[in-house]
Design a protein around this ligand. Sequence first.
Ligand code: ADP
Length: 705
Amino acid sequence: MLALLAEATRILYTEQPLEQRLQRLFALLRPVVNFRDARLTCWLQGAQPGTVRQQFYAADGWPYPWDDGLTRRVALDGGVVVRPIVVSNPAAAGEHLPVMQAAYLGAPLHWERRLWGVLELRAEQPTSLEGSRELVAALLPQLAVAIAQTGQQLRAAPVGASDGETPTGLTLLPPHQQQLLALDARLEEMLALPELLSLLLRQALSATGAEAGAVLLVDHAVGELLLQIAEGFPPEHWHGLTATRRQRLSWDAAGLTGRADECDHAPLLRDVTHEPLLLPTGMDVQSELIAPILVNDCAAALLVLDSTRVNAFGVEDLAFMRALCARAAHPLSRTLHYQDAIESANYLGQVFNNLPTGLALLDVNGKVVRTNPAWTQLWGLEQASRRETFHVSLDLIELLLPRLSEPLRLTEFCSAGQRSPNETMNLRVRLSNPVQELQILAVPTRDSQRQISGRLWAVDDVTREREADRLKNEFVSIVSHELRTPLTSILGYTELLLSREFKSEERIQFIKTVYDEAERLAKLVEDLLSVSRIEAGKVQLNRWLNSLNSIVNELSTQLHTQLVVHRLLLDIAPDLPPVYIDRDKIKQVIFNILNNAIKYSPKGGEIALEMALAPPLRLPANHPPGRWIRVAIRDQGLGIAPDDLSRIWERFYRVDNTNTRRIGGTGLGLSITKALVELHEGQIWVESELGRGSSFYFTLPVPGA
Ligand code: ADP
């Protein structure tokens, strides 16, 4: 749109007659706005008193007559009007045309508090033109200025030469005229707001002889002035002003309360001995001149000039400032639009780049046009994204194929998107290695003409939510099962015991079962509490120098009953140094692993417990260096399948097969064990072969000498 506006401006500012300029403008707009017919009605103020009404029609017009009543209404109403209309030709006309639904856009051209004309467009589709409202609105001031200038030329022509009159009637000094003439071409090219403001301020300072000046933008929405640039103020003050470059002044602080309106009309010539200053200048200001630059009849910026001389500004300065501000109106509106466009592009760019949701903009063919960093990261695409052209349905699937559990679904999703481009679609994709679950939302995108321009893919990583769901479900099912089984036995046996007398051995057997089941319940509660304490980071280690031998002795007594059917072989290095540990916690670690070795081994299986200083080469590759004791617990039990090996450390994860189901458990033991070892700065790992047995290892640091 900016390029189009710039081109339109160039056309309107050429030296050609107005008619030719308008025809070129219509030709430029026609393919973009898609109108069928256009007309400009304008009122020029010529040399003769009164105004001349002229109408210009787009070449290749529509045979349907225009509705002058509508034109008048637009001229009176004051705003851009877009509405559906019905076109027909009057009964009297020879040629017969069908009655048709059409669209109409009417826009009044205001400048300098005057109506200069009305621009009208008609289109064949009843709904079109609405999208062009903004573009047309941006063109209006330029068109108005073009018409106003044509009027001036008409007026100037009979006298032979320009009399230097400004549109408001004040006379310009010849050097000022020269200066403005030279300025015109430069103003026309400018796009950057700071450059424009600084050019205007310098011109104003040099023409009026003011010692200092500033430009402020007016923010009508909040009633504030925004200091943009200042020049000529004492260095220390200038420093203060630039330190907060984008300084805001409220109307009140600026002493301008209630004068906003006044500012909208004319430059103010001030004797500041009676008036508060607009800016805190830091110098002995005696005169201040404030000139507003009006955009759409409203002060968009204020040019403030200060002088230490009394009555420094004369009528010729006012004339110059008025002429300067009038010329600056259109470039200011253009640069403000441009600035707005840049700011919003910049803002949207930042949002786009910083969102944790992976975003990709696709064109209509599914080719990726732009992506944000989260996109590349979520799909793990570092390399691929640098490909020249990246096509979601082809390249993404090809790249992810080894990780996609259901490649067909993604393919279908992509092709469905192309079949029905205006539908919003949703898909969940599961990836393996590492396990990842992604949620894709694909929404259609539209260009400024409301045409479908492609799709936006938004991808969120929902692995954690999924995991949380799974954990919750497993928690409920495991805990309820693990509670119900022992409770049923306890209730059953106690009921039996109460119902009648039993022989003493029988009674002892029952009570022992009740005791064992109660112990199982107590262990479940203890494990659940441990997990929640670990999770909350509330586990405090009570560390002392301890010998591991004594822990092993205690444990073999404790596991005495379980160990009748298994053989426990101890291989403990004789010179084992003491370790700095929380005794109870490490006992719990060894207990859990031994208990599993017993649980998951057949009767008669051999279980070995080894403790020795770890030979550095026998530690895993990523193990930290230093002196470590390595504890190994080996069994000849069920073993663990490779797929389950990495998952047995997760909370509530249980290998699911007929054997383990029969054995029972909560899937909490190893997750607690791992957390406790890591709290001691150690590492834990496992080697296992299905059907042959497992070896669990963990390390504990040996404190330095
Ligand atoms: P639980 O034993 O209560 O199920 P754990 O967290 O202690 O929970 O163990 C998780 C899973 O790891 C167990 O369900 C079991 O399938 C597997 N596992 C643990 N230790 C062994 C072992 N020594 N031999 C075979 N499988 C084991």
